[in-house]
Design a protein around this ligand. Structure first.
Ligand code: SF4
Length: 457
């Protein structure tokens, strides 16, 4: 999972500080590296990348002093390729025909097939990211105008891609025909923005124009916005439902609804489907379960309490992994408030159970602190299948709900009861037609078109 952001100023204003701020607002989408690319007035491409959080990887003051009206940026969470700097994005390439830079969110499921094909014909890849396949596919079509070569390259891809691209001094936004990852357009004072989420548009003071449609390429230049379709028919849409459940920021808007509204609706559905009338209070696993917990409390009439506290600085500060620290495990990050839960029957809402270990340790800790009963409620269906589209899930064997039924899992994690919402509840809360939504990690219904060892171009 990653975040992309881009800006183009029609009146020549500098935009690189806006891109920095955009990445700052998208930090939750990737913490391993951050990078920017921009084109100067002579048409020369430049980039800066670094590892870690945005403010450590990039220098805001330096970026603010650079004069460019077209720039893109990327925050990375590695799923394809490791976390080394060579895999940081945007990827850039310069040839006699011009320069290109690409920032990519999503995973391509046929990238290996494309790479095998191109490597067998002499291509040399510099990184292990699937994104580089797009650059090589473009280079493979030297006879075509570059925008045509770009769109034709996208036609050959299977999987998830939301892209912010600089192509010959233009900003280009593109979204895969399945609409798997979000991508939204915004505008402020003659500057057009493209962003993974609308929360980043809020920070730069831009208003939403609209979302980039599945299968759409939007070219942004001095003349305005120009829309092109990727010539590829797909059987159904695959907008990631997990963006709503967990990944996106609650203040972001998809399809006219805030993620917050959807998460609260998921909690309400959970309370209807799996009530717990004898409980004393409802709490949420911070931060991903708290909004759904509020929805659960609203319908159930039980009091909502912030009974579990999260150390907000975990992940930003370095802590030596000694045996003592390893033994502390989840306690380093999360701590229940003993006085609130002692002798109480507690409902705890979380967004999902993946391996089951965090849930198991959390329940043990709540019981250690004196809770009488712990009832676990999950605001998504059981995660039984891995994601191949850009969210880092373990293999099927490691997924707790793939190995056990709900009753067995309840015993395994030590809950007094365990319940989930259904796929129908999830789709209903999102508010999109089922034919447009990806639920593959819950159902195993993946996109059509399998990856091959070597694709035919
Ligand atoms: S498999 Fe799950 S996490 Fe992956 S894109 Fe589909 S809904 Fe999202």
């Amino acid at each position: 999972m990653c975040g992309v952001f881009g800006a183009f100023a029609k009146n020549g204003q500098s935009v690189l500080e806006d891109v920095y701020l955009g990445l700052y607002a998208l930090q939750h989408r990737g913490q391993e590296s951050a990078g920017v690319a921009w084109i100067n007035s002579r048409g020369t491409m430049h980039s800066l990348k670094g590892t870690g959080l945005v403010h450590l990887a990039l220098n805001q003051q330096q970026l603010a002093s650079i004069d460019t009206n077209c720039a893109i940026g990327h925050v990375r969470y590695s799923t394809a390729g490791g976390s080394e700097l060579t895999n940081a994005q945007p990827l850039t390439a310069t040839s006699s025909r011009g320069s290109v830079a690409i920032a990519h969110n999503g995973n391509l499921t046929n990238a290996e097939g494309i790479k095998n094909y191109l490597e067998n014909r002499g291509a040399i890849f510099q990184s292990r990211t699937d994104t580089e396949a797009i650059l090589h596919l473009m280079a493979h079509q030297p006879h075509k105008p570059r925008l045509d070569a770009f769109v034709d390259s996208l036609r050959r891809l299977i999987g998830a891609y939301s892209l912010a691209v600089i192509l010959d001094s233009r900003l280009v936004a593109a979204r895969d025909p399945w609409g798997n990852r979000p991508l939204i357009l915004g505008e402020r004072d003659n500057i057009i923005y493209v962003s993974s989420e609308s929360c980043a548009l809020d920070l730069v003071g831009a208003s939403i124009i609209r979302e980039v449609e599945p299968g759409e390429v939007i070219v942004i230049d001095e003349k305005g916005l120009h829309s092109i379709r990727i010539p590829k028919d797909v059987k159904k849409g695959f907008a990631c439902s997990f963006e709503y459940v967990y990944f996106a920021r609650p203040d972001s808007i998809f399809n006219g609804k805030t993620v917050y509204e959807v998460r609260k609706a998921l909690g309400r559905k959970l309370a209807e489907r799996a009530p717990c009338p004898d409980a004393d209070l409802v709490t949420g696993m911070p931060d991903s379960g708290t909004i759904a917990a509020m929805g659960y409390a609203e319908v159930s009439g039980l009091p909502y309490e912030k009974a579990v506290v999260r150390n907000r600085y975990v992940g930003r500060t370095f802590i030596e992994p000694t045996q003592r620290v390893r033994d502390l495990g989840v306690r380093i990050k999360l701590n229940p408030i003993m006085n609130m839960i002692k002798d109480k029957k507690v409902v705890i809402v979380d967004d999902s159970i993946v391996r089951g270990t965090t849930c198991q340790r959390m329940i043990a800790m709540i019981k250690d602190y004196g809770a009488k009963e712990v009832h676990v409620r999950i605001s998504s269906p059981p995660v039984r299948f891995p994601c191949y589209y850009g969210i880092d899930t373990p293999t099927r064997e490691e997924l707790a709900a793939a190995r056990m039924n709900i009753k067995q899992l309840e015993i395994q994690v030590g809950a007094d009861s365990l319940a989930y919402i259904t796929e129908e509840d999830l789709i209903d809360a999102i508010g999109l037609p089922a034919r447009d939504v990806c639920t593959a990690c819950f159902t195993g219904n993946y996109m059509e078109g399998d990856h091959t060892d070597e694709m035919e171009l």
